[in-house]
Write a new protein. Structure first.
Length: 391
């Protein structure tokens, strides 16, 4: 009788969630705290153009991210456009096909040809050992991505860049707060871009930043993000409107106060995913590299269809029946977009690892309001999808 009751309870446990379990939920600070800061903005009547909240957030992020210089932007894409322009990149830039569309699009917007390079089969970052084969006389830079917050092989990439006289811009959209042996990830390369979109661990609803060490670069970046305006009567270069406003900055200041607790919860949830799925043949989670302080923004699953018995796409479809929403992040490859597939480096034959990885990766739900029971249940549901060989 007891086993029957337990069996019925387990079947109930495996029923669809009553409410949707989404891939992500934004970290929302107490509205009363946000309102108090907004009242200060209303009182000052200073809504944008480097106001006091903007300045306060820049200073707070310099300390949090362990970098000497932070320039805030209205979003990460504009920040990355300005990064390319600030370093005067042109011709060709080597980048990864396994990323969000913005990474390659910002090159096109700067009249730069993206050159796609294959990725590492474990980290899924740009494979440093394959960069040199893509360098031509027209190459001016490298644009790697710290995919899912896992740092690239920054030492090897910098060595190649120095040898060939190339600039390095890191797309660090996923890497807020990540450290490599105690060094903030924004200290590597010439410039790093971070996204503060609402889906990120730290956000300003929409927003972004450039992080860099060269103090001489700051003036150019600040001109470029504000129409090239030097003062009321001088415009010194063709800039763009990339300014973060005071309302965004207020949200960022309050989110920052909540971030440590939220990250701790995320870390615990990722630990549960790892423990529950450790012995499931055919699925693996993204490894944690030694010496890296992560931010636990994503819980990344790799599905081997041969060993698991069904494909990544089938797993995603099955999860939806249980009201669990996962994401094929990133799919498709940028190199497969119609606007890029004509480029010789975009050929699937040039990108065998990326072509394989893009069929396997699935991001599982992860956010601070998710409960340990939710994660255990998601894992239990996933296990029911597995089909043994020959079955």
């Amino acid at each position: 009788m007891e086993s029957t009751v337990m069996s019925m309870a387990y079947k109930t446990y495996l029923k669809p969630f009553d409410e949707p379990i989404y891939i992500a939920r934004p970290l929302l600070p107490d509205l009363a705290d946000v309102t108090r800061q907004l009242q200060e903005v209303w009182n000052s009547q200073w809504l944008t153009n480097n106001g006091p909240k903007h300045q306060a957030l820049e200073q707070a992020l310099q300390s949090t991210l362990l970098v000497p210089h932070v320039s805030l932007f209205n979003n990460g894409t504009i920040a990355l456009v300005v990064a390319c322009r600030s370093l005067r990149l042109s011709g060709e830039v080597i980048t990864t096909p396994f990323t969000f569309p913005a990474t390659s699009h910002v090159l096109t917007w700067n009249n730069i040809k993206p050159i796609f390079c294959d990725i590492d089969p474990v980290t899924m970052n740009l494979d440093a050992d394959k960069i040199e084969s893509q360098i031509t006389p027209g190459t001016t830079g490298i644009l790697p991505v710290h995919v899912y917050g896992t740092p690239c092989d920054v030492g090897r990439i910098q060595e190649i860049a120095d040898r060939y006289g190339l600039k390095v811009i890191y797309d660090a959209a996923h890497a807020f707060g990540v450290e490599v042996n105690g060094t903030g990830v924004g200290n590597f390369g010439d410039v790093s871009m971070m996204s503060f979109h609402a889906t990120k661990t730290f956000h300003t609803a929409e927003g972004g930043a450039l992080l860099y060490r060269d103090s001489h670069l700051r003036e150019r970046i600040e001109f470029l993000k504000n129409f090239g305006i030097k003062n009321e009567e001088e415009v010194v270069m063709p800039g763009i409107n990339g300014k973060m406003n005071e309302i965004q900055a207020v949200i960022g200041l309050e989110v920052l106060k909540c971030l440590a607790k939220d990250t701790s919860v995320r870390q615990d949830l990722v630990g549960i995913y790892r423990a529950c799925l450790a012995d499931v043949e055919g699925v693996t989670l993204l490894p944690e590299p030694p010496g890296v302080k992560g931010n636990y923004q994503y819980s990344v699953l790799r599905v081997n269809p041969r060993d698991f018995g069904c494909s990544r796409d089938e797993v995603q479809a099955q999860f939806r029946k249980y009201n669990v929403f996962t994401r094929k992040y990133f799919y498709p490859l940028c190199s497969d977009y119609p606007c890029y597939r004509h480029i010789p480096s975009a050929s699937p034959a040039n990108l065998p690892v990326a072509q394989q990885v893009v069929k396997e990766v699935l991001c599982l739900p992860l956010y601070g309001k998710l409960t340990p029971d939710d994660v255990e249940r998601i894992c239990a549901i996933l296990k029911t999808f597995r089909r043994k060989r020959g079955a």
